[in-house]
Design a protein around this ligand. Structure first.
Ligand code: ZN
Length: 86
């Protein structure tokens, strides 16, 4: 960790390093990953993810989106999936 604390430009407040939800949306499909560490604005909870975190998650997210696309084709009526690990 660096000791550079990012500031929320909108609320002019120091962001807080805490766990939040990583959300990624592509073509009507959104993936949510809970308990991801990020800089979070104390005012509105807006997260800033570090490039390291995004790099670590993006492959998993892309795979989940591909899987969801196939599932959507197979069973268009099912629109909400949740995956839990651990
Ligand atoms: Zn803010």
């Amino acid at each position: 960790m660096t000791n550079l604390i990012p500031i929320c430009t909108q609320h002019k407040k120091e962001k807080v390093w805490s766990q939040t939800v990583f959300e990624y949306t592509e073509d009507d499909i959104s993936v949510r990953i809970e308990n991801v560490w990020a800089w979070v604005c104390p005012e509105d909870g807006e997260p800033s993810f570090t490039p390291e975190t995004v790099d670590a998650l993006i492959d998993t997210v892309k795979e989940l989106i591909e899987t969801a696309k196939r599932a959507k084709k197979r069973s268009p009526a099912l629109t909400d999936y949740a995956i839990a690990v651990g």
